[in-house]
Every structure is written in C-alpha cells, then in structure tokens.
Design a protein around this ligand. Structure first.
Ligand SMILES: [Zn+2]
Length: 349
C-alpha cells in the first residue's frame, strides 16, 4: 500500500502537508505515469483521527445535495456519514446532508451493501467484532463470527449447507480457497448512486456549483438512458493480502484545464478494493463535448506498493457497468482467500 506522509509546513505549524508515497507495481507503471501526467491530488480524506473535524452547528447547516436549510421541518437530526458506515467508516461525519437526503442515500447504500455481499462479512473487522452475519439468499451459505471465541479474536465460521451447491474450491498448491456464493438482489443504478454520493461528498465547497447535473442525477428517480456512457463506468482493483486499515478517498483534479479528460476522478479505497469513479458533467468540461474532440477517461493505477504486491500478489482489475435500472437477482459472487497452512483438527486431541 502507498503510505501517507505528514509533514509540517515550514514556518506554518498549523498546516500539515500530506504526501502520498509508494512505488508503483511494475505492471502498472505505464498506467501510473499516464494518470499522474493528467492528474494531481486535490483532496484526501481518510477515516483516521487526523481527519476528525468540528461540525457546523445544526442551526447553520445547509444541505449540499438539495439546498435545504435548518428549519422547523428540517432539523438535521440524523447522524450523516461522509462515507458509508458499511465500508468501515467510523469517524467521518457530514454536516451538509439533511435528513431527507440521508434517508434517500440510505436506500442507495442498501443496494451497495447487497452488491458487496459476503465480502463485508469476510472482512477482518467483522471477524473481530461479529457485527455482521451473511446469509446467502437461498440460506445455504452463512458467514458469521465463531461463537466459541472471545470478541477480540478474529475467527469466522463459514457454513455450507446442501453439498450440491459446491460452495468452495480448494487450491492447495497455491494455498487459496475460493468461496462460491450469490449476492443478495441489488439495483445497479442505486449502487452507482451510492458511489456518486461519496464522490460529491468529498468535493471542496468551491467546486459544487460545477456539478449541478451530477447532483440532479443523484436525486432523480429517472432511468439512465445511456447504458454505454464510459462516464458512468467504474474501474475496480482487488488486491490480495491484508485489507486497507480504514477507508480513504482521494479526489484527483486535472492539472491542465485544456486536457480533454474529466476534471475530477475519485479514488475510493476500502477492504481489499480500490474503485475509480469519474465525476460526470462538470460545467468546466462542457467544451470537450463538442462532437469533435475525443474525451478519454485515463485509467487510475492501484495505489498498492510494489513490495506489498510482490509479497501478496498483483491486484486484478475489472471494469464495472452499473448502468442498468433493473434488479439483479442471484448474481454469482466468488471470494478468494489465501491461507498459510491447514490442519486436520480431528486428529488433534
Ligand atoms: Zn437534502
């Protein structure tokens, strides 16, 4: 993983300079160089103590998403999160999300939770806390904390009922076990909106007015007619080995306004995933869409250090299209875990 380096700004101890440092993986050097030739870090938010900040008093709040202000009918009562709790965010709260929008986004996040499916239950934090139990829609595959261990011990119990389901494949030579399960039903368009909401939440105030269309998409119940529009597709990397310790979002901004690439790219890292989201329809990008220019969305590299990858394995990339406003049912979901060793516990007595 890349590391964050915090250094005090010379002569200004109030300001902290953040550098994102690491060595790109050989296989991704070209992608890395091309991406960083277009983009620089504009803003970085990680779920750690350093990023806790005081919230605006409720009476002074304005909703970034619908424009609501504090009133007798809108009291900003809900504890709104900057990044969803379900991806592991504990500390980052939002002071610009009204109750009405919070409940709308909660619905999108239900779809995101279903899309992530069993992978959340497999995560180390859940193995420790046991807050979450995953049960496949057909109830034959269950992941939960092992009841017989203490709360701090990270131990999961995976149950497979009905043998014909073939819930796992063991690759002993490569020390891998792949679990085969299905995701609970989800609406892909709502999953996209859950990601878009994260992206729009990390924008600095000064950029908000440039994204009127994106904010409207977030609120709209309308179907998206352009299923193939690359602006709505996400790239995903999954890396083997330990997960990111806590969620982090990086907002990248293009260096040259004259480049025919979208102004902002959002990088979201949590668990063993890195998602690349394009913030669509920035006002400042209008000139690019004149029908003559070729607009490209440069691929972002995974921010996994090459030493980490040589120890645990190379991240795998996927392209995801959430541009379907229909319920996805019984979608297959494979999760591969690596292991060090195995023991036949029946022989230990
Ligand atoms: Zn609102």
């Amino acid at each position: 993983m890349f590391r964050l380096k915090f250094t005090e700004m010379p002569g200004n101890p109030e300001m902290i300079n953040r550098e994102f440092i690491g060595n790109p993986i050989d296989e991704f050097i070209e992608v890395y160089e091309r991406f960083t030739s277009f983009y620089a870090i504009k803003h970085l938010i990680a779920d750690d103590e350093l990023h806790k900040r005081p919230l605006t008093p409720k009476k002074n709040r304005v909703c970034r998403f619908c424009g609501a202000v504090y009133s007798t009918v809108e009291r900003f009562k809900s504890k709104a999160h900057l990044l969803p709790e379900l991806i592991g965010n504990k500390n980052l709260l939002s002071d610009f999300e009204c109750d009405k929008c919070n409940s709308l986004f909660g619905r999108y996040e239900n779809d995101l939770a279903n899309f992530l499916g069993a992978s959340r239950a497999f995560h180390i934090s859940n193995a420790k806390s046991g807050h979450l139990k995953f049960k496949s829609p057909d109830k034959t595959f269950i992941v939960k904390k092992d009841d017989e261990v203490s709360t701090d011990e990270a131990k999961l119990r995976v149950e497979s009922h009905q043998e014909e389901n073939n819930h796992f494949t063991l690759d002993a030579e490569n020390k891998k076990v792949t679990f085969h399960t299905i995701r609970p039903s989800y609406n892909p368009h709502n999953v996209y909106k859950a990601f878009l909401k994260i992206g729009l939440s990390v924008l600095p105030d000064t950029c908000i007015t440039d994204y009127k269309i994106a904010f409207a998409i977030l609120q709209s119940a309308r179907k998206n007619e352009e299923a193939d529009n690359p602006l709505f597709k996400l790239n995903l990397y999954q890396h083997p080995g330990p997960a990111f310790p806590s969620p982090m979002v990086i907002l990248f901004e293009k260096k040259q306004k004259t480049d025919a690439v979208p102004t902002h790219i959002v990088c979201l890292m949590f668990h063993n995933y890195t998602y690349q989201l394009t913030l669509p329809f920035n006002e400042q990008d209008k000139w690019m869409f004149d029908g003559k220019k070729i607009v490209t969305v440069p691929n972002m590299p995974p921010f996994i250090d090459k030493h980490f990858a040589s120890k645990f394995g190379i991240p795998k990339g996927n392209r995801l299209n959430f541009n379907f406003d229909e319920l996805k049912r019984n979608e297959k979901h494979d999760i591969t875990c690596t292991f060090e060793d195995y023991t036949d516990t029946r022989l230990q007595e």
